[in-house]
Design a protein around this ligand. Structure first.
Ligand SMILES: O=C(CO)[C@H](O)[C@H](O)COP(=O)(O)O
Ligand SMILES: [Fe+2]
Length: 228
């Protein structure tokens, strides 16, 4: 049985000068979880935000799950800091960890849900011996590092493969997709097997200054596409 759909706005495309307000607005508009992109200018060619910002969102009053997508190498030493800062999910790229099994266990031992992230050219075979230590499989539908890129169509077939693996495992594992997700492709992405949808520029893209109800209408449109 498929888990309920979750819409996860990526704050990478939010207005960082008003981050707390942006997160409040998007959650009030009906988003389910907050996708938090952490980039280190080493594993990926961009630099973003760390545990202090995650903690600041919790202090601001955000109670929704925070989905921390680590694009950092090495990965292990930052995990306890994110757990202490209030992360709910912590996902990482297998290429960024020397010991994937150990990193997954570290995340769960810190009290968070653990996930593996697959770049467009990364094989799903990384799941082979760790399926029971994973709460989330995240398929990148762009190469990581930047918001606003186009969805890579080959992701659809990979999603179908990942859905089969998850269903065959009988475990409760979310299948998330990240990169180029918009209202006009979210329905097809769900049909391919995803249940958790990250969208950055698709939600925050134009800002809400021109239309204060923009986040409500875009999330409503996504929900309608998911319900078809
Ligand atoms: O992990 C990411 C990039 O590495 C972002 O989550 C992703 O790109 C979201 O942005 P958009 O929806 O604009 O593609
Ligand atoms: Fe992401």
């Amino acid at each position: 049985m498929m888990a309920p759909d979750l819409i996860a706005p990526s704050i990478l495309s939010a207005d960082f000068a008003r981050l707390g307000e942006e997160v409040d607005h998007v959650l009030a508009a009906g988003a389910d979880i907050v996708h938090f992109d952490v980039m280190d200018n080493h594993y990926v060619p961009n630099l973003t935000i760390g545990p202090l910002v995650c903690e600041a969102l919790r202090k601001h009053g955000v109670t929704a799950p925070i989905d921390v997508h680590l694009m950092v190498k090495p990965v292990d030493r930052i995990i306890p800091d994110f757990a202490a800062a209030g992360a709910t999910y912590i996902t990482f790229h297998p290429e960024a960890s020397e010991h994937i099994d150990r990193t997954l266990q570290l995340i769960r031992n810190e009290g968070c849900k653990a996930g593996l992230v697959f770049n467009p050219a990364t094989s799903l075979s990384y799941l082979d011996y760790v399926m029971d230590k994973v709460d989330m499989v995240l398929l990148m539908s762009v190469n990581p590092g930047f918001g606003g890129q186009s969805f890579i169509p080959e992701t659809m077939e990979k999603l179908r493969q990942a859905r089969k693996l998850i269903d065959a495992s009988g475990l409760e594992i979310r299948l998330e997709v990240d990169g180029g997700v918009k209202a006009d492709n979210i329905g097809a992405i769900k049909a391919a097997g995803a249940d958790t949808f990250v969208s950055g520029s698709g939600i925050f893209g134009k800002g809400r200054d021109s239309d204060p109800h923009r986040y409500d209408s875009i999330i409503q449109e996504m929900r309608q596409e998911l319900a078809r």
